[in-house]
Design a protein around this ligand. Structure first.
Ligand code: NAI
Length: 429
């Protein structure tokens, strides 16, 4: 019997294990693949390695080095005396028991942190050999001459940007009116236009119908059929929670209709009372479908461990920054202007452009825009949506202000180093 079992050693799981162990809890963490999860092995880290490599060949070379170095780092973290790392596939036996092969583990608290898998679209030809998901794309040994990407979400846009720079001919097909549906539509449109100028073709409001003989067939907004020929087709149409083989039924857990594990505001799973075992069950990260982001999983894990330890925290999960590592970057925190309009929330919108900023000019990074939204009278900051060089770092600054309930005036009254891109934030109109 241990204090805590964690299923999955991705950013949610391994960070939770480290936090728990540091505070004296005995942890068993179970992982069937490599430690580090999607983020480290086939997600954030590999794609950022690609973004920061000059060529596809260099990216391929660096990828193995970067990933194995980070994996060793995570294994180091998990070698804490309070942590036992068990290699294998976990499945529930009852509400407080998990089996791995012939071994049984029991705990008073269990965290499910099994992540997500790519969600493929149900069209004929989706199982063709040249159709890959993001993991498959990262395993290619040669640069595809023609790459067709289905889905202009976060994954689609990041890969479109990087493969275009490596020299592939990139076409993106998206179902909706604009790319990056979660981003402010004004920012998303400007970013897409910039990517079009760089040579990427976009087909918006188009639904893919079939894949056959290396061609993607889709219906355009006028209802006509078109097609794009490609050597490789990337499907980036979302991700789905990974729960297969966990035998959740034995723990009394019923999945929501979208396949996620339903949780309350403290990430506690509701389970049937008639199930044997009285462990507290939690689900963090992609598997609960709340916010499919590595840093969201990490913070959810931290919050769960704090609850187990009886430590009060003030993490504001609704203030969740996110970044898209295209060239240039895009990033956001808080509701977009479109969402504020839709909700009928009164707001003021303030903008500034990179081209008027000294550092941006000196860096030759003049493409970009900052949009800050705040409450009309008090000026309390509500959101920031940015595209341009180092957008993620700028959004991080605003995230701190929003978390602390600060106003635009307080942001403007803060001394900013000159010359920095950060000054764009206080230059908003
Ligand atoms: P996504 O939900 O961001 O985007 C999927 C896109 O595919 C949407 O725009 C959708 O309209 C489109 N789509 C769906 N079906 C389609 C069809 N039949 N034809 C054409 N378009 C279609 O999903 P994505 O990009 O796969 O990412 C999955 C998750 O991983 C997201 O939650 C994302 O936030 C996360 N992620 C985050 C990263 C970051 O924070 N930098 C990087 C990579 C992934």
């Amino acid at each position: 019997m241990t204090d805590l079992i964690i299923i999955g050693a991705g950013p949610g799981g391994y960070k939770a294990a480290a936090h728990a162990a540091k505070h004296g809890l005995k942890v068993t963490i179970i992982e069937e693949g490599h430690v580090g999860g999607t983020c480290l092995n086939v997600g954030c880290i590999p794609t950022k390695t690609y973004v920061h490599s000059a060529s596809f060949e260099e990216a391929r070379e660096r990828l193995g080095v970067v990933v194995s170095q980070l994996r060793a780092g995570v294994e180091g973290i998990l070698s804490h005396p309070n942590i036992t790392l068990v290699r294998g596939k976990a499945s529930f036996v009852d509400g407080h028991t998990v089996r791995v092969g012939d071994d049984m583990f029991t705990a008073s608290n269990i965290i499910i942190a099994t992540g997500s898998d790519s969600k493929l679209i149900p069209v004929p030809g989706i199982d063709s050999p040249n159709v890959v998901d993001s993991t498959g794309l990262l395993q290619l040994d040669t640069l595809p001459k023609r790459l067709c990407i289905i889905g202009a979400g976060v994954i689609g846009m990041e890969f479109a940007s990087v493969f275009n720079r490596f020299g592939s001919e990139v076409t993106v097909i998206e179902f909706l009116k604009e790319c990056l549906p979660a981003l402010d539509s004004d920012i998303a449109k400007r970013l897409r236009k910039l990517m079009e100028k760089d040579g990427i073709s976009f087909h918006l409001q188009c639904g893919v119908k079939q894949i056959a003989n290396g061609e993607v067939f889709f219906e355009n907004k006028k209802g006509q059929m078109e097609s794009v020929a490609a050597d490789v087709i990337l499907v980036a149409t979302g991700r789905k929670p990974r729960t297969e083989g966990l035998n959740l039924e034995a723990a009394g857990i019923t999945l929501a209709s979208n396949g996620t594990i339903p949780v309350d505001e403290n990430f506690k799973v509701s389970y049937r009372e008639d199930i044997e075992g009285d462990a507290s069950l939690f689900a963090i990260g992609d598997v609960n479908g709340r916010q499919m982001l590595a840093h969201a999983a990490e913070m959810q894990g931290q919050h769960v461990i704090n609850q187990i330890l009886g430590i009060e925290d003030k993490i504001r999960f609704e203030v969740m920054p996110a970044a898209i590592f295209t060239e240039p970057e895009a990033a956001c925190v808080g509701p977009s202007e479109d969402q504020l309009k839709e909700q009928g929330t009164p707001y003021e919108c303030h903008k500034a452009f990179y081209r008027a900023n000294g550092k941006a000019l000196a860096m030759a990074e003049t493409e970009g825009m900052v949009k800050l939204c705040c409450e009309p009278e008090e000026g309390r900051l509500l959101s920031a949506h940015i595209f341009g060089a180092h957008a993620a770092d700028l959004v991080q600054e605003v995230t701190a202000y929003i978390t602390l309930g600060a106003t635009l005036r307080q942001l403007r009254d803060t001394v900013h180093i000159h010359p920095t891109l950060s000054e764009i934030l206080i230059e908003v109109n």
